[in-house]
Ligand binder design. Structure first.
Ligand SMILES: NC(=O)C1=CN([C@@H]2O[C@H](COP(=O)(O)OP(=O)(O)OC[C@H]3O[C@@H](n4cnc5c(N)ncnc54)[C@H](OP(=O)(O)O)[C@@H]3O)[C@@H](O)[C@H]2O)C=CC1
Ligand SMILES: Cc1cn([C@H]2C[C@H](O)[C@@H](COP(=O)(O)OP(=O)(O)O[C@H]3O[C@@H](C)C(=O)[C@@H](O)[C@H]3O)O2)c(=O)[nH]c1=O
Ligand SMILES: [Mg+2]
Length: 305
């Protein structure tokens, strides 16, 4: 049990997960929200100087280079943000007896396996984004035991940019929509990721070194259930229709297409499904369906219009 109010540093606070973390972690300690304007994560020396100055008990690091296609032509920046910055945070945490909570992605896998991936499955990234995220995982695991890495997938929320909001926009603007139907995964809300993070951080605050010995490591965290991007788009647009949002494209008219018909600079995995048995068992959690998260986000977006 910590004898003082824990200082919790959060990076990437203008991102989807960083935004929700400020809500979910608020009851657990004194927050140090850090945006890009306060700390550029490509500047390693500044990262260490800021940590030495603020001395957080817990670093929660959702900041990342997440532009998957853009990363193909910008490997250096992606590596700095996704691999070097987390490495420096992990080294600092090790030297100062803190905890690092970090996030990774389904895109570390090639997606060629038929069943959902477990934490121990071999990684084989197919994109620069996936590769640099994998390098971040490896660096953290090498630098310190004092980490929790949450691998998640297909993140959406009312705040920030994501596929769900792109679909609402395109369905309102365009006359037709074609979406890939052969990539399968689990759309996961930023608020679920933030809430689960809060449960984990609370356990660390309560149990300290016992937590470090028994609960740290790599975990898969997604909503329950699975979907193709096409089925997900249909669900989003169908729900918006049901709520009376004016759209040019109806859910039933969204066309399913193979990945080969939608060429992108970065290759995405066909199977993005992550097995979440470990996180549910270790932290005694129930993970709601992806549809519940979408329902909540669409209501929030609609009420903000
Ligand atoms: N989005 C997704 O679908 C998925 C995400 N993940 C992982 O989850 C985590 C959270 O993702 P999410 O919240 O969606 O990401 P977002 O893209 O919404 O947010 C990322 C944040 O990182 C910040 N950032 C990027 N580069 C720098 C930099 N050089 N210096 C400082 N800050 C920087 C961005 O700042 P700014 O706002 O100024 O651009 C942004 O606020 C990441 O680790 C990501 O890899 C995993 C699976 C799926
Ligand atoms: C816009 C659009 C996309 N697509 C396809 C392309 C792609 O295969 C899929 C999703 O497209 P996006 O570019 O939005 O998704 P993408 O940026 O690849 O999303 C990924 O982001 C990173 C950060 C992660 O970690 C992953 O878990 C995943 O969420 O939908 C269509 O088929 N039609 C369309 O009109
Ligand atoms: Mg994207």
């Amino acid at each position: 049990m910590m004898t003082h109010i824990p200082k919790i540093l959060i990076t990437g606070v203008n991102g989807q997960v960083g935004f929700e973390l400020q809500r979910a972690l608020a009851p657990l300690g004194s927050l140090l929200p850090i945006s890009r304007s306060q700390l550029d994560l490509t500047d390693g020396a500044s990262i260490v100087a800021l940590l030495d100055d603020l001395k957080p008990d817990i670093i929660v690091n959702p900041a990342a280079y997440t532009a998957v296609d853009k990363a193909e032509a910008d490997q250096e920046t992606a590596r700095a943000v996704n691999a070097v910055a987390p490495d420096l945070m992990a080294q600092w945490v090790e030297a100062n007896g803190a905890l690092l909570v970090h996030y990774s992605t389904d895109y570390v896998f090639d997606g060629n396996q038929a069943h959902a991936y477990i934490e121990e499955d071999d990684v084989h990234p197919q994109s620069v984004y996936g590769l640099t995220k994998q390098q971040g995982e490896v660096a953290i695991i090498k630098a310190t035991k004092r980490h929790v890495i949450l691998r998640t997938s297909w993140v959406f929320g009312a705040y920030g940019n994501n596929f769900l909001k792109t679909m609402l926009r395109l369905a309102a603007e365009r006359d037709a929509l074609s979406i890939v139907n052969d990539q399968i995964g689990s759309p996961t809300s930023a608020s679920l990721i933030a809430d689960v993070t809060a449960h984990i951080v609370r356990d660390y605050i309560a149990f300290g070194e016992e937590f470090i010995d028994e609960c740290t490591g790599l975990f898969h965290l997604t909503a329950s259930g699975e979907s193709s991007w096409h089925e997900y788009a249909q669900y989003v647009v169908g729900l918006a229709e049901h709520l009376g949002v004016e759209l040019k494209v109806k859910a039933k008219d969204i066309k399913g297409i193979p990945s080969s018909a939608y060429p992108t600079p970065a290759k995405r995995p066909m199977n993005s499904r992550l097995n979440t048995d470990k996180i549910k068992a270790v932290f005694d959690l129930h993970l709601p369906s992806w549809q519940e998260g979408v329902f909540h986000a669409i209501h929030m977006i609609r009420n903000n219009k």
